[in-house]
Design a protein around this ligand. Structure first.
Ligand code: PAF
Length: 274
């Protein structure tokens, strides 16, 4: 595997790309596997992007395991690990920020101001640096993937954005680097997030159409857990615009963001009404 700080264009070959912030778990590795299988060249980046963390967030304690990551990527047959220096992503005088209006302000955007501008800007930069045929993202970060799809269309980026299903732990908690911050008790309490989503999804599939009822049910499930200290949002949303839905007629997004102490977790499910 080539360890590169700059990736060259590969004439005539398809290039698959998985951007990450490292501390690779099974969720990342499912993207890496698809990337390896579907392209001639497989590139993975590790770059902990400072501009998507706000000052109160966990940039300094963001998990890192470079040796472990490199072993996993070698074993997965990745061709290039791209680890740009912060100064090459944001050189002196850097002034540009990409804002995908509307989508970036909803759900997580309302609680993490500027976060999606940081994501959109770094993803645009990484796509321009690696110039992939396909780039892979996880559905756990549904809003992020919607924003990146919009960005790629709006900026005529010649890249296919692939969004792959959420990978879950054995107790159904969505894989996330942040799961490592949970105590054993918090880990048990966090299962309420999946429970809220899965039981709400069953209700939607059974034909319940009143979103207010589903929203109340999801909040109640989460708020019963004393270790869930804050429910930032929990409810039924339009899967394209992320707007609130009142009457469930077609496919909807069920989504949650909740905090257990300092750890903020998100999860979601797409579900079709009966
Ligand atoms: O999902 C992530 O890990 C990050 O937001 C990404 C896409 C690598 C951009 O920094």
């Amino acid at each position: 595997m080539q360890n590169s700080s700059k990736v060259n264009l590969q004439g005539g070959k398809t290039i698959g790309f998985v951007p990450t912030m490292g501390a690779l778990h099974r969720g990342h590795m499912s993207l890496v596997r698809a990337c390896r299988e579907e392209n001639d060249v497989a590139v993975v980046s590790i770059f902990v992007n400072p501009t998507q963390f706000d000052p109160s967030e966990d940039l300094d304690k963001y998990p890192s395991d470079l040796d472990g990551d490199m072993t996993k990527l070698e074993e997965a047959g990745v061709d290039t690990l791209f680890m740009p220096e912060e100064a090459s992503v944001y050189p002196e005088g850097f002034q540009t920020s990409i804002e995908v209006k509307g989508l970036s302000e909803k759900l997580c955007g309302a609680f993490r101001p500027g976060h999606f501008d940081g994501v959109a800007t770094v993803v645009a930069k990484l796509l321009n640096m690696v110039y992939p045929t396909r780039a892979y993202f996880g559905a756990k970060d549904y809003q992020q993937s919607l924003i990146i799809r919009r960005l790629a269309v709006d900026l005529d980026m010649p890249v296919e954005i692939a969004v792959l299903p959420t990978v879950r732990e054995e107790d159904c908690l969505a894989m996330s680097s942040r799961n490592a911050y949970l105590s054993a008790d918090e880990r048990r309490a966090a299962q309420a997030i999946y429970r809220a989503l899965a039981n709400a999804a069953d209700r939607v599939k059974e034909g319940k159409r009143d979103a207010a009822e589903i929203n109340a049910f999801m909040r109640e499930t989460l708020q019963k857990e004393p270790l869930i200290t804050e429910v930032q949002y929990a409810g039924v949303y339009d899967p394209n615009t992320l707007d609130d839905v009142a009457d469930i007629k077609s496919e909807v997004l069920l989504a949650v963001a909740a905090k257990l102490g300092d750890t903020r977790l998100i999860d979601n499910m797409l579900v079709k009404g009966a």
